[in-house]
Design a protein around this ligand. Structure first.
Ligand code: SIN
Ligand code: CO
Length: 388
């Protein structure tokens, strides 16, 4: 995608302008980001998903058994008949993993790295429904799918912002309204992390939240150091072969800190390990149980493709690639593979193509590394045959 083309999705801004002026900085309301938006999933289908075991869902009832009562799915069919007429919301996570037409919405966001995208959450709300004023630690595009929703945005928050006492929801005690809009189908509101917001359904409505993921500094440090420690031998320790006699044996001198800083810097600056960890971490599937592989022999794969079989990416898999010197790293659902540089276009194809078949894979199947890679991805569950 060219970064200097004005995009309807961004209200006529180019990707470059949006990233420069709004991304992670300030809200942007985009009227008709999707013109003639064709709502890909109905309220009934969304409610149907919330009955499924593998789908994460919640219902928030403003005046339930207690204020802002939250119930977790999976729900039973009769859950819905027992709810009040108004002022409740159903929220279903990661609908993109279950409904291809919802996953297709993400194609419009390809000006951002795909490994930054978390999921598409969809909410259905009855009139007056909402989840209360809150902030999220992530960027989000709130696309109105059906009906109207009133959005108010407020102050920048942080972990010290006062919350009401609630065991399940993080509802702000104070909301300082700055702006307010009513969104109609196809309209979209971009919100940077930590900005207070509050959406209330004007009529029965559906909102699609395209949410992004960014690991916290605490996650980066704990996960990366755990990963790194697997490669460090026990004898690699704090060392002070440069020590001088001490004046007070009970004092920790600052030269000890310098040695520690040296030890940390030496290990933390290994770019290849950092990249390997990061790629694996960012491609970890949200639902690993949905990335189940199947056995396949190279011969059967080739035969199948020649007979017209089609491979597709598992919607629960996450894929990314990177360069290391002259080689490539492919990250697939939390695992990494070092591959020769000549496979670059194959990796791009596997990460991006809607479907893999003899026409686009053909030449790569002549290559031993290419063939093996496709087979391994099937065995691992990141790729699968379209009819399975
Ligand atoms: C919603 O769709 O009701 C909630 C989305 C959000 O505020 O993050
Ligand atoms: Co929110």
């Amino acid at each position: 995608m060219k970064s200097d083309t004005p995009l309807q999705l961004l209200g006529g801004l180019t990707a470059q302008e949006f990233l420069r002026d709004y991304w992670q900085k300030k809200p942007l309301l985009i009227r008709q980001a999707f013109t003639d938006f064709d709502n890909p999933i109905s309220p009934d289908e969304l409610a149907g998903l919330s009955l499924e075991e593998e789908v994460e869902s919640r219902i928030v009832i403003e005046n339930g058994e207690r204020p802002w009562e939250m119930r977790r799915g999976p729900f039973a069919e009769d859950t819905y008949s027992s709810l009040p007429e108004t002022e409740w919301t159903l929220l279903v996570q990661a609908v993109d993993q279950f409904v291809p037409e919802v996953a297709a919405l993400l194609e419009s966001f390809r000006f951002l790295p795909s490994w930054r995208i978390d999921d598409v959450m969809i909410s259905y709300a009855t009139p007056g429904g909402g989840v209360g004023p809150h902030f999220d630690n992530y960027d989000v595009f709130l696309l109105q799918g059906h009906g109207k929703r009133n959005w108010k945005v407020g102050q920048m928050c942080n972990s010290d912002s006062p919350l009401i006492e609630h065991s399940d929801l993080r509802i702000l005690a104070d909301f300082e309204q700055a702006e307010e809009w009513v969104l109609e189908p196809g309209d979209m509101l971009y919100l940077p992390p930590r900005i207070a917001h509050c959406g209330v359904a004007v009529d029965e409505c559906m909102t699609y939240s395209v949410g992004f993921r960014a690991p916290s500094a605490a996650e980066v440090l704990t996960h990366f150091t755990d990963f790194l420690s697997q490669f460090l031998p026990d004898e690699d320790r704090y060392s002070d072969a440069d020590a001088k006699p001490v004046s007070d044996p009970h004092q920790i001198q600052h030269d000890a800190l310098d040695r520690l800083k040296g030890l940390l810097a030496e290990h933390m600056s290994d770019e290849r390990l950092l990249l390997t960890w990061f790629g694996q971490f960012m491609t970890e599937p949200r639902y690993p149980e949905l990335v189940a592989g199947s056995e396949v022999e190279e011969e059967d794969l080739l035969g199948g493709l020649e007979d017209g079989a089609v491979l597709i990416r598992n919607p629960s898999a996450r894929l990314a690639w990177s360069e290391v010197d002259d080689d490539l790293l492919l990250f697939a659902s939390g695992q990494s593979r070092l591959l020769p540089g000549h496979l670059r276009d194959l990796l791009k194809l596997i990460c991006a193509a809607d479907a893999l078949h003899i026409d686009n894979l053909g030449p790569w199947l002549q290559d031993e590394n290419g063939r093996m890679l496709v087979c391994e991805l099937i065995k691992q569950g990141s790729l699968g045959f379209a009819d399975e």
